[in-house]
Design a protein around this ligand. Structure first.
Ligand code: FE2
Length: 240
């Protein structure tokens, strides 16, 4: 099964799709790419909006889009890309932001050096609640923090997601390869925002994996994704 775990396809809710037409165009591209399920993960910024309001906005955006969906479109699961916030760590409400039908939460790190406080907060969130943390586009933080600091985060009881586009670009492919080899990457997402935002489809990333890496990784990624949707834990192994 081909699952996109990270996207901004819902209309008018964040810096992703601007309107229904753009959402439909994004879904058309994804269905042509053979995507079965796409997780709609609008940005959630706790300092800007309450969880109640966010969920209301997200549901409204989805309801507006629904009549325009085509049978060939991927199935949409609702979720959120939750930016790190210390206040969320001890909040009993954080679970409401999980991917629909699961306890998996897409957790976005701040674009700064990953300090011991941030890493400790993430550890506490994963230990003190039922949540299973999926760290969003782990390769991107290497622009802000060292590989060692990122490794420290990824050695926690968390799983990593990478963006398809990072595999297709020569400049980021090497760091993705290292993250994969170190067992930190479990699933992929497109993180698609706008039709012209220069992202890559999952199929393009799979092509790179097939040619440059190990073709069996594609099966592993699919297997991991299916387990997540069944809300099963992923064991901390070299999962790719
Ligand atoms: Fe995103």
């Amino acid at each position: 099964m081909k699952i996109d775990f990270h996207s901004h396809i819902l209309p008018g809710i964040d810096d992703g799709s601007r309107n229904i037409e753009e959402s439909v165009a994004l879904l058309d591209m994804m269905s042509e790419d053979g995507v079965d399920i796409v997780c709609a993960t609008p940005h959630f910024y706790m300092h800007k909006v309450s969880i109640d309001r966010f969920i209301e906005n997200r549901n409204n955006a989805y309801e507006q889009l629904k009549p325009h969906l085509k049978p060939e479109h991927p199935k949409i699961l609702l979720g959120a890309e939750v930016l790190y916030n210390h206040a969320l760590v001890h909040s009993e409400e954080a679970g409401r932001l999980c991917l629909q039908g699961t306890d998996y939460l897409l957790w976005e790190m701040p674009y700064t050096k990953l300090t011991s406080d941030i890493i400790r907060d993430t550890e506490e969130l994963s230990q003190n609640t039922q949540l299973k943390l999926m760290i969003a586009h782990i390769e991107r933080y290497l622009n802000f923090t060292s590989y060692n600091e990122l490794s420290e985060l990824m050695r926690l009881d968390v799983i990593g997601q990478i963006n398809a586009v990072s595999l297709t670009k020569f400049s980021s492919r090497r760091s993705c390869k290292k993250l994969i080899d170190d067992g930190f990457v479990y699933v992929m997402g497109t993180d698609y925002h706008r039709t012209n935002s220069g992202h890559a489809l999952l199929g393009q990333a799979e092509e790179v994996i097939r040619k440059k890496f190990e073709p069996r990784m594609i099966e592993r990624i699919a297997h991991n994704g299916e387990k997540i949707l069944r809300n099963e834990p992923l064991h901390k192994l070299r999962c790719l």
